[in-house]
Design a protein around this ligand. Structure first.
Ligand code: 5GP
Ligand code: MG
Length: 173
């Protein structure tokens, strides 16, 4: 299988979740929050993290596509806001799977900012700083990784591998 090498184990991910949740809870204002998960890659991390927060939260979703088929970014980002939910005046936590060039996150933050949330904090499961092409950083980062194309725990290659419980390095055969 081209995705045999485990980069981040299921145990490491599960141990990191409550630590991240504590960090985020510390930083977010008290009261209800709106958690926005970027589909599809952040779906599994997003709901696990949202539950680990153990607070009054609503869920919204954005669908972003920058990678089409395969492992190369197209540099174009499309964002579907149909299931975003109400943003204005609310404390919002934006969750994505991985911060790579940063174009997806930059565009998403612009879209949310335009809708005037009371506050906006951002969290990514992984950060790949070596590939950044923008100034964007996330407020909370699960793991900083080297420049690998990774799959698992929500992340895909041509829609495969999303349901793996861990993060693996994808190496085409
Ligand atoms: P960016 O716009 O920051 O270049 O790309 C971010 C998006 O590209 C991520 O949300 C993710 O969907 C996809 N992406 C970036 N790096 C990887 C990777 O290593 N593996 C997978 N499966 N997707 C990635
Ligand atoms: Mg994504």
């Amino acid at each position: 299988m081209p995705a045999d090498e485990i980069l981040i184990s299921e145990t490491e991910i599960q141990n990191r979740l409550p630590e991240l949740a504590a960090e985020i809870n510390e930083a977010l204002p008290d009261g209800p929050i709106h958690v926005v998960i970027i589909l599809k890659g952040a779906i599994i991390f997003g709901v696990d993290l949202a539950r680990a927060l153990m607070r009054n939260a609503t869920l919204g979703f954005l669908a972003a596509s920058s990678y089409g088929a395969g492992t190369k970014s197209k540099g174009r980002v499309q964002i579907d806001t149909e299931h975003l939910g109400e943003i204005e005046g609310r404390n919002v936590l934006l969750i994505d799977d991985i911060l790579d060039t940063g174009h997806t996150f930059a565009k998403t933050i612009d879209i949310l900012g335009d809708k005037r949330p009371a506050s906006l904090r951002t969290c990514v499961l992984m950060d790949k700083p070596a590939r950044r092409e923008t100034e964007i950083q996330a407020d909370h980062v699960g793991f900083t990784i080297e420049n690998h194309f990774v799959v698992g725990y929500g992340l895909d290659c041509d829609e495969a591998y999303r349901t793996l419980p861990d993060i693996r390095i994808y190496a085409p055969e």
